[in-house]
Design a protein. Structure first.
Length: 480
């Protein structure tokens, strides 16, 4: 409670200072103050968010420049927080984050700022000309206060954190302070966690490359997706060989680095908050392409991959519905694939989203099955209609009896639960024969076709013995 009062006092002071700069004669109303609280503070912990932190960091840097003084930034990342969520649930995870905020906040002086960056990451601004030794002492206090067990839902949860430390202007310009602190934190994490590390120039080589990449990606999105494109890979029915649909695969023709695969830039989009506009570009482009194909007489169901960050977006289903209406498409022409690991990372958010999808009428698939810790009984709680067996198992089918047993069992249990089964990464006829024997419903892989451009996809569909008509919608209802 004491920390909450402290932050409320800061909020009011900060709001007055902000308004006095813009409207010297105006006094902020209670509604204005409340709006400022919502837009500048994290709703879970009550701490300042990144927007407010960056604003205060800008002001502190200007004052430091004028007075020839230093300031410091600590980047705090909890160790093992994902395991806490998986073991105790996201409700317990939220309680942990609130308690972490309450423990860190009192360590700051009145001129300092503690903020929640997002997820399990926090920032601390050390104003007032701190020496390196002083910044190290504060970082050690943060680690010590978080080392005490946190009591959540009747259980003691042990916690640790990794801390990256930067000083301004010693460790770089204002614009790169947070990124450099993040780089130092990553070094502490790789060293085993529970450590504090000062930034050194060699740490930012990879970080600077990511910053440059996110700048280029942001520019591409601002230009309407310049350089971005989608390839499409067919899925075929195991018995008839007919085309049942395609999966959309994102590509980026970078102006300098050339063609980039999703693994090269999706993590950057997630880290720098670009996954929402990037994901929306994919949804809009898929809908646009589907409509163009329909005008040419080709009607295909298209699968789109979703990351865990997208699963947590509260307005995702609403934006998908808007895209479908804008392009006059039936919802069952879209399927969304969510990786097993993403589904289990936030099962509550995933369940909520899948239920929204079900009401909307779009199809849902559990992708990369077998790569996480989930089992089919857990996945049964999610209203999906399809399960995709990960390529790592498919590639072992010809020489690994364990892989055969796993795939065979997965197909049998999936069918018992009313799930359609797809195997991805099929490259040989022997793999195809084994999967056909197991009763797998659909196959996808280089044995049939590589990912191809929309024009090539249309030619392939017409020239092969694939479908001249769309497959019927997959059944969403499943036996209890």
């Amino acid at each position: 409670m004491k920390a909450a009062v402290r932050w409320w006092t800061r909020l009011v002071d900060g709001a007055k200072a902000l308004w006095s700069a813009r409207l010297p004669a105006a006094v902020p109303s209670p509604l204005d103050i409340k709006l400022g609280e919502v837009s500048h503070h994290d709703p879970l912990t009550g701490l300042p968010n990144r927007l407010l932190f960056e604003d205060r960091l800008d002001g502190a840097a200007r004052r430091a420049d004028e007075a020839h003084r230093r300031l410091g930034v600590l980047f705090i990342d909890l160790d093992g927080f994902k395991a806490i969520n998986e073991a105790h649930g996201h409700g317990a995870g939220d309680e942990v984050l609130r308690e972490v905020g309450c423990r860190i906040a009192p360590l700051a002086r009145l001129t300092d700022t503690v903020a929640r960056l997002g997820g399990d990451q926090f920032l601390m601004l050390l104003d007032g000309n701190p020496e390196a030794s002083a910044a190290a002492v504060v970082a050690a206090r943060v680690r010590k206060t978080l080392a005490d067990p946190i009591r959540v839902q009747g259980r003691d949860i042990d916690l640790a954190c990794s801390v990256g430390i930067v000083l301004y202007p010693d460790h770089g310009p204002r614009a790169k302070l947070i990124a450099h602190a993040d780089a130092a934190m990553a070094v502490a994490k790789r060293a085993g966690g529970g450590l504090q590390v000062f930034y050194e120039p060699h740490m930012s080589a990879h970080n600077d490359a990511q910053i440059d990449l996110q700048r280029d990606l942001r520019q591409a999105l601002d230009l309407g997706g310049a350089g971005l494109s989608l390839d499409y890979q067919p899925k075929v029915d195991t018995r008839s060989g007919r085309l049942t649909g395609v999966e959309a695969l994102l590509r980026w023709q970078h102006p300098v680095q050339g063609l980039l695969a999703p693994a090269d830039f999706i993590p950057v989009a997630e880290r720098f908050g670009l996954i929402t506009p990037l994901g929306q570009w994919v949804i809009d482009e898929v809908c646009r392409q589907q409509r163009a194909w329909q005008h040419e007489g080709l009607d295909l169901r298209v699968a789109i991959n979703l990351s865990v960050h997208q699963v947590r977006q509260a307005d995702l289903a609403e934006r998908i519905e808007s895209a479908l209406k804008a392009h006059h498409l039936h919802p069952d022409r879209l399927m969304f694939e969510v990786a097993e690991t993403a589904a289990m990372a936030d099962p509550h958010a995933c369940l909520r989203l899948f239920e929204q999808f079900m009401r909307l009428g779009v199809q849902v698939s559990i992708d990369d099955f077998g790569t996480g810790n989930a089992n089919l009984s857990q996945l049964r709680k999610l209203p999906a209609c399809q399960l995709k067996i990960d390529r790592s198992f498919v590639q072992k089918l010809e020489h690994d009896d364990d892989a055969k047993a796993i795939v065979d069992a997965a197909v049998r249990l999936s069918h018992a639960l009313g799930l359609h089964v797809v195997a991805e990464g099929v490259e040989t006829e022997r793999q195809q024969d084994i999967l056909l024997k197991f009763g797998c419903d659909e196959l996808q892989g280089y044995l049939f076709a590589r990912p191809m451009s929309p024009g090539q996809m249309a030619l392939w569909a017409r020239s092969s013995d694939a479908v001249p008509r769309p497959a019927p919608p997959l059944r969403l209802e499943r036996p209890e």
